[in-house]
Write a protein that binds this ligand. Structure first.
Ligand code: FMN
Length: 226
């Protein structure tokens, strides 16, 4: 038997993983970057095969990781986590530096960054596990705390979209529980995104007033009950 809720107790951070060069780069939000060995220091990053960034990391052979802090804006998470760089230039309006391999490194809302050269690529089904050797790392801001995935879920009221390895199909999760007829659905009038309370941990009215649509970032006030 698998109780999916047990998996909510696994700790993760929240990062922007970036690759490419100064002409064409791209990045995505990841909560699955972790150190796998100490000597030499190697990191794993799990990247969905459909992510545009997956192809760029394969071509470039290197990636950067920016460690987001707890005050990271919804805009930055929306830009890198809910949209694909196949359609637009995600790096156009962010602060960048370039690493020793030439990969872009996003410095917005980040307290540290590191850069890795890919030494192994493991196909794990829906995702590719990029194993990278650490070649460069720096602290940007000592005054803030790193964002954890728990903080993102519980305080920021965020969730993982389908491409994230930790995505959970809430309908499966809730199938053994009686359906609560008090669940409501709200639609974003700008992009049509549906906030379905039966699939979320939080009632719509309990979301903070500065919560924004995870797809188009429009204000909470632009949602209507359907
Ligand atoms: C909180 C959060 C965590 C995520 N974690 C991962 C992850 O670990 N691996 C992954 O492949 N995608 C993850 N995603 C999804 C990607 O960031 C998302 O699919 C992104 O739009 C891909 O961008 P790209 O197509 O420009 O590469 C996550 C998204 C969010 C919001």
């Amino acid at each position: 038997m698998i109780n999916i809720e047990a998996l909510f107790n696994i700790s993760y951070g929240l990062y922007i993983v970036c690759s490419g060069d100064n002409k064409k780069g791209n990045g995505f939000i990841s909560n699955t970057v972790f150190q796998v060995t100490a000597e030499p220091a190697r990191f794993a990053a799990s990247c969905n095969k459909n992510n545009y960034t997956a192809d760029i990391i394969k071509k470039t052979g290197a990636f950067s990781v920016s460690v987001l802090h707890t005050e990271a804006s919804s805009d930055i998470i929306g830009n890198f986590g809910y949209k694909t760089g196949k359609d637009f230039d995600k790096l156009a309006n962010v602060q960048l530096i370039y690493g020793e391999t030439g990969v872009p490194i996003v410095t917005n809302d980040s307290i540290a960054y590191f850069e890795c050269k890919v030494v192994e690529t493991i196909d794990v089904g829906t995702h590719i596990l990029f194993i990278g050797e650490l070649i460069n790392a720096e602290v940007l801001d000592n005054s803030k705390e790193p964002m954890t995935y728990l903080y993102y879920r519980n305080v920021k009221k965020g969730f993982s979209p389908k491409n994230a390895p930790t995505y959970i199909d809430k309908s499966k999760l809730d199938s053994s529980k009686p359906k609560d007829s008090n669940y409501k659905r709200y639609k974003c009038e700008v992009c049509g995104y549906i906030y379905d309370e039966s699939e979320q941990d939080v009632k719509f009215e309990d979301l903070p007033e500065d919560w924004v649509c995870p797809v188009c970032y429009t204000d909470k006030a632009d949602f209507i009950e359907i």
